[in-house]
Design a protein around this ligand. Structure first.
Ligand code: SF4
Ligand code: FES
Length: 247
């Protein structure tokens, strides 16, 4: 396949940045990131600065890959991370635009890499439990109703990639925060901090300049793990419970 890549290049956070065109030739079986590797090898040989982009596991579990491809976070394939996207999803001769996540709390560090430490700060505010650790308890010692276990497991699939924020017209982190709150709040081990968790994580999210949620649903559509909007309803129920108790 012969493609034109229109890639966002930006030296550092102070640079204005802009789109630069590159021609590449690649097999349809290559992954999107392998295609960027091939381009970077060529740029390096030619003495040019390679394109900086985030990646780690390349198997859809770490949440590091983060590209907006033709205007869509993680590209055109539903429920797929950038690292699992393959070039056969595109047509020979295509022009593909590649940009970083665009959101105020995720400033661009270089080219396609953004600083997502704002997510770490939300987790530090409440995304943990204080249940005693030690040897693994017997599996049946803490019964969890099956529907709760299933919903907690589904919420726990969030890999913290940030596509939900990049897709949201408000730059809201609500789907991410709600996934963490739902995951822990549905399990017995998550109960001691349940009330403080929701207020602290939401306050931190607001302090970090993420936007408010207006239920546009773009987050769920962009999410590679298909985290449902139900988690936001769960968060709102927890918040209501907490604020009512405080009165
Ligand atoms: S909710 Fe989905 S899109 Fe948002 S951070 Fe988690 S996995 Fe990524
Ligand atoms: S590189 Fe780990 S999820 Fe894509």
């Amino acid at each position: 396949m012969k493609l034109t890549l229109r890639i966002w290049r930006q030296r550092d956070s102070a640079d204005r940045g802009g789109l630069v065109d590159y021609q590449v030739e690649i097999s349809p079986d290559a992954s999107f990131l392998e295609m960027l590797d091939v381009l970077n090898e060529r740029l390096t040989v030619e003495g040019e600065d390679p394109v900086a982009f985030d990646h780690d596991c390349r198997e859809g579990i770490c949440g590091m890959c983060s590209l907006v491809i033709d205007g869509t976070p993680h590209g055109p394939e539903k429920a797929t991370t950038t690292c699992q996207l393959h070039m056969r999803k595109f047509a020979d001769g295509d022009t593909i635009t590649v940009e970083p996540w665009r959101a105020k709390p995720f400033p661009v560090l270089k080219d396609l890499i953004v600083d997502r430490s704002a997510f770490d700060k939300i987790i530090q505010a409440g995304g943990y439990i204080t249940a005693p650790t030690g040897t693994a308890p017997e599996a049946h010692a803490t019964p969890v109703p099956k529907p709760d276990a299933d919903s907690a497991f589904q919420a726990a699939e969030c890999i913290g990639c940030g596509a939900c924020v990049a897709a949201c017209p408000n730059g809201s982190a609500m789907l991410f925060t709600a996934a963490k709150i739902t995951h822990l709040g549905l399990l017995p081990q998550g109960q001691p901090e349940r009330a403080t968790r929701v207020t602290q994580m939401l306050r931190t999210q607001d302090d970090l300049d993420f936007g408010g949620c207006t239920n546009t649903g773009e987050c769920t559509l962009a999410c590679p793990k298909e985290i449902p909007q139900d988690v936001i309803a769960h968060l709102n129920r927890d918040l209501l419970r907490t604020t009512r108790k405080a009165r």
